[in-house]
Each structure stands twice: as structure tokens, then as C-alpha cells.
Design a protein around this ligand. Structure first.
Ligand SMILES: [Fe+2]
Length: 321
């Protein structure tokens, strides 16, 4: 049965107090660049702990039981967009750092990646071969991987928050826990099929510079097994990007699609309506996530979506079969 998660709504009073503290911590900073500083990250995390201790307990309980925690940040009316982004991202970062250690984005050295999408980017992204990261592209069930030196690992936690959604119908975010699907049966099928490895076309990591140009980082493809184990011998899947017929046997492509469909068909989906100021944390090692296509863009507005995403640098090793 599909469920909606408990939504943890931060109190307005605590959010206002945190914001007052944040102003003193950030000094003259007016942009998210403030959060590049380790000292500021540390102070922000400390004051998030002070103001949101009971919320933190709820978040950790949700992550442990459900594998997903959803937190809504109240609006403070008098803030302009820049101050509001500092507030929401400060809360996001401070809460995330309570249980994770954000990976540093290699391009701008920030503890998260800020994605600003515009409709006018879509054609540029398509032409550059990055079409699948467009907000209006479909993103099926997957888990997030961290690839360093051609080795796959699975970040323990992922966090994301939409600062702006320029669509009438943003649809849902979905979460399926591994325990609700039969990983064991996948492993049996896998050994029968004797598919030792697949060439996975990775979803590109693209950084948008302030001049509007795009830079892709990381590798395009990796050869690995779709099923593996972590260092404790627990079954894990690597379901990222796509497995295409041009680089794989037909049976490997079929197996990849089979895995994705099995997750898609799970009756135990957690469904979270996507909205601005809604922080989503997932325990990436214990399930798979997807989102709907964003539909009905606001008319006459080029900006389509602004969101922040962070992945944990604490990882599980992924040991291919
Ligand atoms: Fe993802």
C-alpha cells in the first residue's frame, strides 16, 4: 500500500530564532557562498542542534524506520529571496550534518550542489547530451552512487530541497525501501543469467557556471555489476543512469529493466508531493527513489527550478558480484 510520510514541520518560532542567529553568524555574507567556510558550517550546525533538537530526534527516527524524512520549513514573510535561500539552505545543511558528512562538490568546493534550471537551458542541455537532467525529464527509480577512480560506492544519505519550482504541477517524489522488494530473488535471477557486468551510462553531473555555461564532471560510463554486496555482505543494487543496448547484451538490458520495473511495481511506495521549502532526506543505502516529471511551467518565466542537493561522503563500499 502506498503511504505518505509523516511531515516534520519546523516551528515558526524556532525558525525565526534560528534566522536571527544566522544573521550574526553570516556577518556580511549575502550569498550561499557563505557555506563554503568550514567555520560557518560548524557554527550553523551547532545552532541548528540548539534550536531543533526535538525535530532532529524525529528526523533520525524517520530515517531509521522509513528510510526517508520530510521536513517543511515555514515561510518568514519579510525575507527577500536571497535571505530566504540562506535560511532554507542553512537549515538544510545544519540538519544534514547532524547525521551525514556532505561531500564537497569538486567544482565550487561547496558542501552541496546548487542547481538552477531555466527553460532556455533545456535546448543547450539536450545539445550537450545532458537532456536527462532537465526538470521535465523523467527520472525513474534509482539509487545515487558516488564514483571515484572508477570505483562505485553508495553514499549513506542524500538530501535535497527545492528552493523554487516554476511549475503548476510539480508531481511527487517516490521512495521504495529495499526491504519491501525481494533482493534475494534478484540475486538468484542474476546468477542464473550469468551477467557479470553491465556498462552503465551514468546520469551526468553538470555544473552551471555564473556565465550560463555548463561543465560536466566525472566519468560517462562505468563497467560494474548491477547487483553487488556491501562490506558486510548485504545485497545491494547499483541502479544509476541507463543500461543501453549499444554497449550491453540484450539480456543485460532486460535484467536492468526488470529490476527497475520490479521497484516501480512495488505496492509499498512512499509518496511525497514535491514543493518548495520541503527538505527530503533519504537513507540511500536502504532504498530507491524517483520523481515525477514537472508539468505545466509558469508562463513567461524562464527560471524553471532551483534546488540544492547534497550527498554523504560516508559511503558503503559496493562490491560487484
Ligand atoms: Fe537521485
Amino acid at each position: 500500500m502506498s503511504t505518505t510520510p509523516n511531515i516534520i514541520s519546523l516551528s515558526r518560532e524556532n525558525t525565526v530564532s534560528f534566522r536571527e542567529k544566522l544573521v550574526t553568524l553570516l556577518d556580511d555574507y549575502k550569498t550561499l557562498d557563505a557555506y563554503r567556510s568550514q567555520d560557518i558550517q560548524h557554527s550553523v550546525t551547532k545552532s541548528v542542534s540548539d534550536f531543533f533538537q526535538s525535530d532532529m530526534l524525529l528526523i533520525e527516527a524517520e530515517l531509521n524506520h522509513e528510510g526517508i524524512a520530510v521536513i517543511d520549513v515555514p515561510e518568514i514573510n519579510e525575507l527577500d529571496a536571497a535571505d530566504d535561500a540562506l535560511l532554507v539552505v542553512g537549515l538544510f545543511l545544519g540538519l544534514f550534518k547532524e547525521f551525514a558528512n556532505p561531500n564537497i562538490n569538486p567544482i565550487d568546493l561547496m558542501p552541496f550542489t546548487l542547481h538552477e534550471a531555466a527553460h532556455s537551458d533545456s535546448e543547450k542541455l539536450d545539445n550537450a547530451g545532458f537532456g536527462e537532467i532537465r526538470p521535465d525529464a523523467k527520472l525513474g527509480f534509482h539509487n545515487d552512487g558516488l564514483i571515484k577512480e572508477n570505483t562505485v560506492s553508495i553514499p549513506k544519505y542524500i538530501g535535497l530541497v527545492n528552493l523554487f519550482i516554476g511549475y503548476e504541477n510539480p508531481g511527487n517524489f517516490y521512495w521504495v525501501k529495499s526491504s519491501s522488494i525481494s533482493l534475494d530473488s534478484f540475486a538468484e535471477l542474476f546468477s542464473e543469467a550469468e551477467q557479470k557486468s553491465a556498462v552503465v551510462q551514468l546520469t551526468p553531473s553538470v555544473f552551471k557556471h555564473t556565465d550560463g555555461s555548463f561543465e560536466k564532471y566525472g566519468i560517462d560510463t562505468i563497467k560494474t555489476s548491477l547487483i553487488g554486496k556491501n562490506e558486510y555482505g548485504e545485497l545491494r543494487l547499483f541502479l544509476n543512469g541507463s543500461v543501453n543496448a549499444d554497449k550491453n547484451s540484450e539480456s543485460t538490458v532486460q535484467f536492468f529493466n526488470y529490476l527497475k520495473n520490479k521497484i516501480q511495481e512495488s505496492e509499498e511506495k512512499v509518496i511525497v508531493p514535491q514543493k518548495e521549502r520541503r527538505i527530503i532526506f533519504i537513507k540511500n543505502t536502504s532504498g530507491f527513489h524517483a520523481r515525477d516529471i514537472f508539468e505545466s511551467p509558469f508562463p513567461d518565466l524562464d527560471l524553471s527550478r532551483v534546488f540544492v542537493r547534497s550527498m554523504d561522503s560516508n559511503v558503503e563500499k559496493y562490491i560487484p558480484f
